[in-house]
Design a binder for this molecule. Structure first.
Ligand code: NI
Length: 135
């Protein structure tokens, strides 16, 4: 039997989507408002899913306190109220699209999770735009 537990989290962050090797007009053409050279913010909503088997002894799949602490330390403390392009090393040379942010979050969490679990990261950049990354 396999099931998935979820933990929701939230962070606010600023970004700019652009390529350094493109001029402002091409960046604006491709990335639209998200290419504003003065940056802008999003309220990111996160859903972290951990899939595995229930421990018959505890009835838990994973200790949710542990998952909460992991998300706080690896995601919220690293990204909340940050300028992703400027302050978060993972995005120094990586466009902080929701796709790439989800992959970075997945990588950061994956290395702290037991191999017996599968991990999914769903990230909402706006209430209507979101991405699911499962590795
Ligand atoms: Ni944006």
């Amino acid at each position: 039997m396999s099931l998935t537990v979820y933990r929701k989290a939230h962070f606010n962050a600023a970004h700019r989507l652009y390529r350094k090797d493109w001029d402002d007009s091409r960046n604006e053409q491709v990335f639209g408002k998200c290419s504003n050279p003065n940056y802008h913010g999003h309220n990111y909503e996160l859903e972290v899913g951990v899939t595995g088997s229930v421990d018959p002894e505890t009835g838990f799949l994973i200790d949710m306190e542990l998952l909460k602490k992991l998300i706080r330390e690896e995601v919220e403390e690293a990204l909340d109220h940050k300028n992703l392009n400027v302050e978060v090393p993972e995005f120094a040379n990586l466009n902080p699209t929701m796709e790439n942010i989800a992959r970075v979050i997945w990588d950061k969490l994956r290395k702290h999770l037991d191999d017996k679990f599968e991990l999914s990261v769903k990230l909402y950049e706006t209430p209507r735009n979101f991405v699911l990354y499962t590795g």
